[in-house]
Design a protein. Structure first.
Length: 216
């Protein structure tokens, strides 16, 4: 017993050291998965949480693309652009959290969120609230910076879970429809996509080239 006790006593600091090392490693990995500017989950981390969230009855996926962001960047500099992205990310995160969901930054000035709004009649109200929040001026060095937002949403009710790819595609189409109408919000109706795709993405999105004479 004395020998076992001695071994256990000697091993305790080593085990404690490994526990601390494991904890720090997990925290470091978690930080890597977060967007360094806004602190929101990046695309990979958001995808993981969104697949979980979409299993909740009444789940809605939302895509946000900013309007006029490049003009702010060009006129006031990258620091101003960073301030806008940080503020928008915080507002979206607050809105999503209040509705039982989560938010993420997909890249550039594009964001996504999941929320839980079981009552279809309430969805327009909540999206209008989000639009108002995102379009409010952002204070920056004594000035007020303003951008617009194009918001697309899609409710996943009745779809097999996880249906994230389809939900994001329909939300993207609704967002694009909002952008063509000078911003605001749109809700995609039904699960059947309405636009062509190129390499799995809506034709016309940055990084895609329309196929010659074809539909994919």
């Amino acid at each position: 017993m004395n020998t076992l006790a001695s071994v256990s006593t000697a091993a305790a600091p080593l085990l404690a050291g490994w526990s601390v090392h494991t904890l720090l490693l997990r925290r470091r990995i978690a930080r890597i998965r977060l967007d360094p500017l806004t602190g929101l989950p990046g695309r990979a981390q958001f995808t993981t949480s969104a697949r979980r969230d979409l299993r909740i009855p009444g789940a809605v996926v939302v895509l946000v693309d900013l309007d006029g962001f490049k003009a702010v960047n060009d006129a006031h500099g990258h620091a101003a652009g960073d301030a806008v992205l940080t503020a928008i990310g915080g507002r979206l995160q607050t809105w999503a959290a209040l509705l039982g969901g989560s938010a993420g930054r997909l890249g550039g000035d594009e964001f996504a969120a999941t929320v839980v709004i079981p009552d279809p009649g309430r969805r327009p109200f909540e999206l209008r609230e989000l639009d108002n929040a995102l379009c409010s001026p952002v204070p920056f060095r004594g000035a007020e910076l303003t951008v617009g937002a194009s918001i697309g949403a899609f409710a996943v009710a009745g779809l097999p879970a996880p249906a994230l790819d389809l939900a994001l595609r329909r939300a993207d189409e609704a967002m694009y429809a909002a952008k063509r109408s000078a911003g605001g919000w749109r809700i995609a109706e039904g699960p059947i996509p309405e636009m062509t795709t190129t390499n799995g993405r809506r034709t016309g999105r940055p990084g895609t080239t329309a196929p010659a004479g074809g539909r994919r």
